[in-house]
Design a protein around this ligand. Structure first.
Ligand SMILES: NC(=O)C1=CN([C@@H]2O[C@H](COP(=O)(O)OP(=O)(O)OC[C@H]3O[C@@H](n4cnc5c(N)ncnc54)[C@H](OP(=O)(O)O)[C@@H]3O)[C@@H](O)[C@H]2O)[C@@H](O)CC1
Ligand SMILES: Nc1ncnc2c1ncn2[C@@H]1O[C@H](COP(=O)(O)OP(=O)(O)OP(=O)(O)O)[C@@H](O)[C@H]1O
Ligand SMILES: [Mg+2]
Length: 327
């Protein structure tokens, strides 16, 4: 048998597995995957010290966008991280600090030594969320490139969202093959990434195939395409999250998702694949963050209807988490 033939068969097996999973993704499958999420959640215990359940860093926040990094960082805390840092441009720092005394805010991203300033903290961080409210200034993006390289060198998991995905679309090699990266594109961000990698437009009739292919082309980086249903793949499996949300599409929901995912990724990697039934821990973590965000949206909408905002959703994180994962 030629190696080309073997590769074709392997590829077909992966596709068949992925497609059968997609087709079979019923309420029962959702419940089974939620059970895997429950397995990665660390017990609350009086023997643990501060920091053990997660020290998360968010890289983002500039003059224009201060809400996005705040939403991501506060969501990480509300989900259960012990400490949440924000590394932002100096103009954003006082604003973010004023939103919350709970966040540790470093006004370093636009300083000449930005990479070094963030690198100093990396040994103390369990995961980074890169991109919410980062903006697209070339100098900031250049520093973020250095921060990503430094995180990879230390094997730190990274969730890449928003303008972090803009950077990855310019330079896919930055995360190529880094298995501890999760990308969380919205509709537009996914199209941009797909176009950058395949030099052609997405087939909008084949969302799950597109997500699977993008993950494979990037060397099995986990990809979460957000939308009416969230489609998740690690290049092997495709999962669909259809947890009931609402029709309210206020800005900032994606930031809640990426911040939550920062913590869940850390917990999932600590737990390991034995507890996720062979599925990738990162894929299970991503499914958890998608379900949680949508459940927060659902609960907030029941109370606030059309006036629902992301702050209302963040207020629901505790009860949504208990309902989904602690039943
Ligand atoms: N409070 C804050 O500080 C917040 C700050 N944020 C920060 O803003 C920065 C830019 O992020 P982003 O998401 O606006 O940029 P991007 O993905 O280029 O989208 C731009 C355009 O794409 C389109 N579009 C989007 N979805 C679509 C869909 N489903 N289907 C079809 N089209 C769709 C839509 O185009 P339009 O409809 O206007 O033509 C949209 O206007 C980033 O740093 C982020 O973190 C946010 O986090 C929010 C809270
Ligand atoms: N049409 C939809 N129906 C139901 N839920 C949706 C829909 N579109 C997005 N969502 C949910 O909203 C959340 C955020 O996805 P969205 O596509 O709005 O991200 P985003 O554009 O990055 O948000 P942000 O404004 O924070 O940047 C996800 O949990 C996703 O499942
Ligand atoms: Mg976004």
């Amino acid at each position: 048998m030629s190696s080309r033939c073997g590769a074709f068969r392997t590829c077909r097996r992966v596709l068949e597995r992925a497609f059968s999973l997609y087709k079979a993704h019923s309420i029962k499958d959702m419940e089974n995957t939620l059970q895997l999420v429950r397995n990665i959640i660390p017990p609350l215990s009086s023997t643990k010290h501060k920091g053990q359940d997660g020290r998360i860093g968010v890289v983002g926040g500039c003059q224009e966008y201060t809400g996005a990094p705040y939403f991501a960082a506060i969501s990480a805390l509300k989900v259960g991280a012990d400490l949440s840092h924000v590394f932002c441009a100096s103009a954003a720092a006082p604003v973010i600090k004023a939103y919350s005394p709970e966040l540790i805010v470093h006004p370093v991203l636009d300083s000449p030594g930005a990479v070094h300033e963030v690198e100093k903290w990396l040994p103390r961080l369990h995961a980074l969320v890169v991109g919410p409210g980062l903006g697209r200034d070339d100098a900031l993006l250049d520093s973020v490139k250095g921060i990503l390289e430094a995180s990879k060198a230390r094997d730190i998991p990274v969730v890449i969202d928003a303008d972090g995905l803009w950077l990855v679309a310019q330079q896919p090699a930055l995360i190529q093959g880094y298995r501890k990266a999760v990308l969380t594109p919205n509709h537009m961000e996914f199209s941009r990434l797909y176009d950058a990698v395949f030099r052609g437009p997405v087939d909008s009739d084949d969302r799950h195939g597109s997500v699977l292919r993008l993950s494979q082309a990037l060397g099995n980086v986990t990809v979460v395409q957000k939308g009416e249903h969230d489609i998740l793949s690690d290049g092997q499996q495709v999962l669909v999250c259809s947890q009931e949300g609402s029709s309210r599409r206020c800005g900032g929901q994606g930031d809640l998702l990426s911040g939550s995912l920062g913590v869940l990724v850390h917990w999932a990697l600590l737990t390991g694949p034995e507890k996720t039934n062979g599925s990738s821990p990162l894929l299970v973590a991503a499914f958890g963050a998608c379900s949680l965000t949508r459940q927060c949206n659902h609960q907030a909408f029941q109370k606030h209807g059309r006036s629902t905002t992301t702050s209302d959703m963040i207020a629901e994180v505790g009860t949504a988490f208990s309902k989904l994962f602690e039943t």
